[in-house]
Design a protein around this ligand. Structure first.
Ligand SMILES: Nc1ncnc2c1ncn2[C@@H]1O[C@H](COP(=O)(O)OP(=O)(O)OP(=O)(O)O)[C@@H](O)[C@H]1O
Length: 249
């Protein structure tokens, strides 16, 4: 059974859909990249998956359950790292972590062990008593990442994680993702950093104007585009040029 399964998802902010019958799935242990131009519909897809928006058509299942069938079970099956960190200005870093542990019902001893490891990995041990107003952009993002990783759910949903992080932060994030997928967790990650996506993703979904244009492993995509040597960068550009050409004809 797929951990995440989207079937013909149509949806948007008004009657006019932004997503057109989007279908893909993610299996256990897979890291899948969601790639597309600005405005292609990546964040909108993610908002539907996390239950923030309701599909106008089609269905989304996480671990075999839709949001409407069992919202609590659905929510506890994933962690979400948003593109723009959302923090509580009146809570310290430690309190953010504690609140997350409470929300996911993580026992105190497990919480202590997991948070200590994450604080070390993301070099934030000395910031436990800090409030978000004192954090840099990258530090704010690290708080969100650490909170998401505390829970150890079946699925991580990550919206453009690389932009605000320094190279050590990126390395730590990728190390955590690798370790977690090796342990059977699944990841959906949207990003514009195509070289990283190409190197680390098991499969790629190319989204264009709200539709899935192509999906599969790098080899599948190279075959689909008839470009055996192409990088993801090349394929991405080919996809947009092809789409522009279709619009002209
Ligand atoms: N809150 C909103 N209200 C109305 N339309 C929106 C809203 N957010 C996004 N859209 C529209 O939905 C479409 C898809 O946007 P979305 O944010 O999903 O793209 P994206 O692929 O995540 O882009 P980016 O790479 O720029 O983050 C765009 O046409 C955008 O204008």
């Amino acid at each position: 059974m797929a951990i995440l399964d989207l079937k013909d998802v149509t949806g948007g902010y008004s009657r006019k859909p932004v997503l057109h019958e989007v279908s893909f799935n993610i299996q256990k242990g897979e890291l899948v990249g969601l790639i597309g131009l600005n405005g292609a519909g990546k964040s909108t897809t993610i908002k539907h998956i996390i239950g923030l928006m309701n599909p106008q058509g089609g269905a989304i299942e996480i671990n075999g359950v839709t949001f409407d069938e069992d919202a609590e079970k659905y929510r506890k099956s994933f962690s979400y790292i948003p593109e723009t960190p959302i923090l509580y200005e009146e809570l310290t870093l430690r309190e953010h972590l504690e609140l997350t542990a409470m929300a996911y019902g993580i026992p105190q001893d497990v919480f202590e062990a997991r948070s200590a490891a994450l604080l070390k990995e993301f070099r934030m041990e000395k910031r436990l008593k800090w409030y978000p107003s004192h954090f840099s952009k990258g530090m704010r993002q690290k708080v969100m990442i650490m909170c998401a990783f505390l829970a150890e759910p079946a699925l991580y949903i990550i919206d453009e994680p690389f932009v605000g992080l320094d190279p050590l932060g990126i390395r730590s994030l990728l190390a955590q993702l690798t370790q977690r997928t090796e342990n059977g967790a699944s990841v959906l990650m949207s990003t514009h950093v195509l070289s990283t996506a190409e190197k680390h993703c098991d499969r790629i979904i190319l989204l264009h104007e709200g539709s899935v244009r192509a999906h599969g492993t790098m080899d599948d995509l190279r075959k689909a585009f008839g470009r055996p040597e192409a990088s993801l960068d090349d394929l991405y550009i080919a996809m947009t040029e092809e789409a522009d050409y279709e619009q002209l004809t």
